[in-house]
Design a binder for this molecule. Structure first.
Ligand SMILES: [Zn+2]
Ligand SMILES: [Zn+2]
Length: 380
């Protein structure tokens, strides 16, 4: 690996605020400190969601929540945040993380903890997916961070690597803004569906077994995605938007979130047209959405597993890391099926090797969410 990117201003400020250059390995109180802040902030966020469920939960999810289980989960997060804070305070000389974790946890408890009564105007048409953000962040972080520590592809890469705050901002915006993004991505498909009138065909498609519909959806959408993705690489105007995704120089489970909003909306809008026009059943569409989200995270992980038995048929991290390689550029466009690249002549997967350097030659894209948002809109 070459030298990583410079830290963003927020990361520099965090490092200064913590003022702590003591070792960070297991047993030094660093891990418990980071965990304390992470769990404390998650707990506080969850309690705020309980206070304003009509504003801060997505309508599709709120109808499906088993509330007793959600309350138990919040209780567990509060408990572990408290334990992690205490551990940090005991183990580390600089106690900023432990104190911050403790303050966040106490705020969550004082604001009602798991006991907050659910009230709100649920007829409200607009909402933010703070619940979706917290839930996904918690699950993905708890699954992938320990795995990436235990089996790293790049052992020198830190969990809080340079650029993590940028990627977290993308993760936040894409989850909290789920309603707006879904609306923007779905309206072309919604507008086209009645015009095409595939009534009979649609009924037949929707009556197939769900697993078969999911497989068909993956095939169909990956085919569309392949060409849209290739266009984003080929056409200079589009490349400036997609370059944001390729600006990551260190990859992990969070790096895949780095996508310019124009890239997200255009790609999704074009990809979902066949999915909706052909009339796939709702359970299949939901299952496919889960598959696509998990596969996108999985493709970017910092894990050294090669998964040789899968490589031929399914996109693996090694295949997608080559998509992010500085050289050769413009390879491996598929997100599910690598044989699409073999079919169209863009496949690149040298036996047993991983790319040396990730990103774009010369690394032209600035760091930070705001700077990256305006980057493609600037002239020249
Ligand atoms: Zn790409
Ligand atoms: Zn990627």
């Amino acid at each position: 690996m070459t030298q990583g990117p410079d830290p963003t201003p927020i990361e520099r400020w965090l490092a200064r605020a913590l003022g702590d250059d003591a070792p960070r390995h297991f047993g030094t109180g660093w891990i418990s400190g980071v965990l304390a802040v992470f769990l404390g902030a998650t707990a506080l966020g969850a309690v705020i969601v309980l206070h304003f469920p009509d504003w801060l939960t997505s309508a599709e999810l709120r109808a499906r929540y088993p509330l007793p289980l959600v309350r138990t989960l919040i209780g567990l997060v509060i408990g572990f945040a408290f334990l992690a804070s205490c551990l940090n305070l005991l183990l580390r000389r600089r106690k900023a993380l432990g104190l911050a974790g403790l303050a966040l946890t106490l705020a969550a408890v004082i604001l009602g903890g798991t006991e907050v009564e659910i009230r709100g105007d649920f007829t409200r048409p607009y909402h933010f997916g703070l619940d979706w953000f917290l839930l996904n962040l918690l699950v993905f972080a708890l699954v992938f961070v320990p795995l990436e520590r235990a089996f790293p592809l790049h052992p020198g890469q830190r969990t809080l690597r340079a650029g993590w705050t940028t990627d977290l901002a993308y993760f936040f915006v894409s989850h909290v803004g789920i309603q707006l993004l879904a609306f923007l991505s779905l309206w072309p498909a919604a507008a086209l569906t009645p015009w095409l009138g595939l009534g009979q065909v649609a009924t037949r498609i929707a009556s197939q077994p769900v697993w078969l519909q999911v497989l068909e959806l993956m095939l169909l959408t990956d085919l569309v995605q392949y060409w849209v993705h290739r266009a984003f690489h080929r056409l200079p105007r589009l490349w400036r938007f997609h370059a944001i995704h390729h600006s990551s120089r260190e990859m992990d489970w969070l790096a895949g979130s780095r996508l310019h909003l124009v890239d997200v909306v255009v790609t999704r809008a074009l990809v979902v047209v066949p999915a909706f026009v052909l009339g796939f059943a709702e359970p299949a569409l939901y299952a496919w959405l889960i598959v696509i989200a998990l596969h996108a995270v999985f493709n970017h992980v910092n894990l050294r597993f090669r998964l040789r038995f899968l490589e031929h048929w399914l996109v693996t991290p090694r295949f997608h890391h080559w998509h992010h390689a500085v050289t050769p550029p413009d390879r491996n466009f598929a997100v599910h099926f690598p044989w699409l690249d073999r079919l169209f002549g863009t496949h690149y997967l040298p036996e047993g090797r991983w790319p040396e350097e990730l990103g774009i030659r010369g690394h032209p894209v600035p760091d930070g969410f705001g700077a990256q948002f305006v980057y493609p809109l600037r002239r020249g």
